[in-house]
Design a protein around this ligand. Structure first.
Ligand code: PEP
Ligand code: CO
Length: 445
């Protein structure tokens, strides 16, 4: 692990996708205040996740990573967070039970507030303003005032992440995630769908198995709580750097704003500031690989980001698109494997499948999302490697942002309840349907 570079060094390298703040003194003041804030996660928890991800890289576990494309400050509330968590727990149970494999649960939450953008500006009806870069940077509202980057938002994001994580920790250890609650995670709305009914049947089977275990005197702690970790794209240098600390126990540096952090498709330049920063932290990390990534790029990234080749340290999250994965992925997996590199392979079936509907919404087809995961499983099966997991953009609410699925949402229905500020998410029924389909793929893997 390299020494952590200073913020000045990172900016001198030329960090991309950063906001331009008007008032450097105000920004410096916020950074100083963040440096004094307590950590949101602890080094030992990050190490625990690394060992779970090592099991994924060995083919002994499956990663379920899910949450919003972009969290918003306005949505930090009990219902929003618990609905999301409930669906993630349902998906995990389906994958564990129907897929017969341990599932590592990773929320894309409590820190997912900054977005890389393809364009620095956005034009609507002839008016051009700075692009929305996530609530960590500026406001979504399309007015000149709202789009000005405000450093105080970084403190708001810290507070919102702390509140979210507090609720998550209470949920996963305080009885709500107890496997004996498996029926209560199925909310009314989901229950009436066919995926919901399928889930009811599965939950009843689990109930029976639990009663049997109780009858024979097994009352394991594992049934009462789940392991759950947080993750986000570590994009904004000021925020991530201010929340990087030296662990007094080991002397190693950790990003303490989330357990797992990843490098996005737009910031993975081998000599870039993000890769330089990620080299210096000991967290488990991810790196997105899109269709333009070559096998040499992947190998160079792995050598730089994980020089000791530690299993669980590095996860490659591929996002090719349903039409490209079968051509693009094999060469990458083959060469990285031949180079002896220990990585977990995870499929992001969302970001290569986005398009604009005729009705003007950024959307994805459920069948493309499932198609990319199927391609991912097929490629790994052909190569004898392990399809280690999925990263999904999803919500626990009844939104209409992705087309298709059992509810047959069409382009016209998108307007009904489209709430995402960036990318379209699977709603709770689509998420559960997806879990059943992936469980079937796992059974055959
Ligand atoms: C994302 O995960 O929301 C994202 C921006 O992905 P990518 O970096 O792969 O485009
Ligand atoms: Co997204």
């Amino acid at each position: 692990m390299s020494v952590i570079p200073t913020l000045e060094q990172l900016h001198a390298i030329g960090a991309v996708q950063q906001p331009t703040y008007d008032d450097p003194a105000a920004l410096a003041d916020v950074v100083e205040r963040l440096r004094k804030r307590p950590p949101l996660v602890f080094a030992g928890e990050c190490d625990d996740l690394t060992s779970r991800l090592a099991a994924v890289s060995r083919g002994e576990a499956f990663l379920l990573q899910g949450g919003d494309c972009a969290e918003t400050l306005a949505d930090v509330g009990a219902d929003n967070v618990s609905n999301k968590l409930r669906v993630l727990l349902q998906m995990a149970v389906v994958l564990t039970y129907a897929g017969s494999v341990p599932v590592v649960k990773l929320g894309r939450l409590a820190g997912q507030y900054a977005k890389p953008r393809s364009s620095d500006t956005e034009t609507r009806d002839g008016v051009t303003l700075p692009a929305y870069r996530g609530d960590a940077v500026n406001g979504f509202e399309f007015t000149p005032e709202s789009r000005i980057p405000d450093p105080n938002r970084l403190l708001d994001v810290y507070n919102a992440s702390a509140a979210t994580l507090n609720l998550v920790r209470a949920f996963v250890t305080g009885g709500y995630a107890d496997l004996r609650q498996v029926h209560t995670w199925n909310t009314d709305f989901v229950r009436s769908s066919s995926a919901g009914q399928r889930y009811e049947a599965l939950a009843s089977e689990i109930d029976k198995a639990l009663q049997f275990m109780k009858a024979i005197g097994v009352d394991a702690e594992e049934l009462k709580r789940v392991d759950f970790h947080s993750s986000h794209e570590a994009l904004l240098m000021e925020y991530e750097h201010a929340l990087t600390r030296i662990d007094s126990r080991t002397g190693k540096q950790y990003n303490v704003s989330g357990h797992f952090v990843w490098i996005g498709e737009r910031t993975r330049q081998i000599d870039g500031a993000h890769v330089e920063y990620f080299r210096s932290i000991a967290n488990p990390i991810g790196c997105k690989l899109g269709p333009t990534a070559t096998a040499d790029d992947a190998i160079a990234l792995a050598e730089k980001l994980n020089p000791e080749n530690t299993p669980g340290r590095l996860t490659f999250i591929t996002r090719f698109g349903a039409d490209k994965i079968r051509d693009g992925l094999p060469n990458l997996v083959e060469k990285v494997t031949a180079a002896g590199l220990q990585v977990a392979w995870v499929c992001d079936p969302m970001h290569g499948n986005t398009f604009e509907s005729s009705t003007g919404y950024k959307t994805r087809r459920f069948e493309d999302v499932v198609g990319e995961v199927q391609g991912f499983f097929d490629v790994h099966r052909a190569l004898g490697t392990w399809p280690g997991g999925i990263l999904v953009e999803m919500t626990g609410d009844d939104v209409t942002e992705c087309i298709g699925g059992g509810e047959e949402i069409d382009e016209h229905r998108l307007a009904h309840r489209y709430e995402s500020v960036v990318d379209p998410r699977l709603n709770r029924v689509q998420s559960l349907e997806m879990a059943f389909l992936v469980a079937e793929m796992l059974r055959r893997a």
